[in-house]
Design a protein. Structure first.
Length: 315
């Protein structure tokens, strides 16, 4: 019986390895497609990736791969100063990451200051000035970035500002004989036949408020329980006190919006003009103890500085 030997030349080995890599890639792509399509499989894959990210024995490469995988499976959100962050990553982990980056920035500035001192002590004015310039640029950027309103807080302001504007618009469309348990249903029937354009306008404005509440809930600007309470507060065109509900709802959202706005301003954040109260269309419903913004810039217990646009509480 003769012996046979199969000697693999380098070119054949490269082809074989390339084919193996291609099969592995196709397998991974198929597995990813299955994980994305099947909710149970996707949830298990996300949980596995999160466990790797929290595993102290995992390598940096393994954690980075798991981080990217969670973003692919569960989507991402933009976080100021970090960028795209997987949606499923808990908020406390995001905060820890931001804290570590802030600490690293502080350490970097301290290191630059140390270099400047060393160059000045050695009489090397050229390098000392170069490091000083670099420090001033980085410090300015750090201060400017700190003053920027984080995306999450900006989104919250947008959602509440929209609630105020849409609530005000809905309130302005109400008039007698258009709403109520009897009149509302009669007008709804006429609207279906194209005979009540006023009811159609009012109902569309109501739908705008409702949709904005649901949008705010989806974006986490309000909690599910808050969204349910908001929907109950506004009622619908078939309730007898529909205008009063809209008026009260809009005034309360305006107060919450102004509270958020001033809190961010007092924290040192620069508020974009498009998010400042009074910079857009926000004239709307009022209630006892609260008045719409006019020439004086007063809205209830708040006053808008005409020079800076900042909101201040009236003492």
């Amino acid at each position: 019986m003769g012996l046979s030997f199969n000697i693999e030349v380098p070119e054949t080995k490269k082809i074989r390895e390339a084919e193996m890599q291609e099969r592995e890639l196709r397998t991974r792509m198929l597995r990813m497609a299955v994980e994305k399509e099947d909710p149970a499989t996707r949830g298990a894959a996300i949980d596995a990736s999160l466990q790797i990210m929290q595993d102290p024995n995992a390598t940096t490469g393994q954690r980075a791969a798991a981080y990217a995988r969670t973003g692919e499976l569960g989507g991402t959100r933009q976080v100021e100063g970090i960028g795209a962050v997987p949606t499923v990553v808990p908020e406390d982990q995001v905060n820890d990451l931001m804290t570590r980056r802030t600490q690293m920035g502080a350490q970097r500035l301290a290191s630059i200051n140390q270099q400047i001192d060393q160059y000045e002590q050695s009489g090397d004015k050229y390098n000392a000035d170069a490091y000083r310039t670099m420090r001033d640029i980085q410090f300015k950027n750090a201060k400017d970035n700190f003053k920027k309103l984080p995306i999450k807080q900006a989104e919250d302001l947008v959602e509440f500002k929209n609630l105020v504007e849409l609530g005000s618009k809905a309130f302005s469309t109400t008039s007698e004989n258009l709403y109520g348990p009897v009149s509302g249903r009669i007008e709804a029937g006429k609207s279906y036949l194209g005979m009540s354009p006023d009811f159609t306008t009012m109902n569309q404005a109501y739908a705008g408020v409702r949709n904005q509440i649901l949008k705010a809930r989806a974006g986490a600007a309000v909690t599910p329980s808050e969204a349910a309470r908001f929907l109950e507060e506004i009622g619908d065109p078939y309730t007898g006190d529909y205008p009063q509900r809209l008026e009260s709802f809009t005034a309360q959202r305006r107060k919450e919006y102004l509270d958020k706005l001033q809190t961010y301003q007092e924290a040192g954040f620069d508020i974009p003009p498009s998010l400042q109260f009074g910079k857009g269309s926000d004239a709307g419903a009022t209630q006892q103890g609260q008045q719409a913004q006019g020439a004086t810039g007063v809205v209830g217990k708040y006053m808008t500085d005409p020079a800076t646009g900042k909101v201040m509480r009236v003492k």
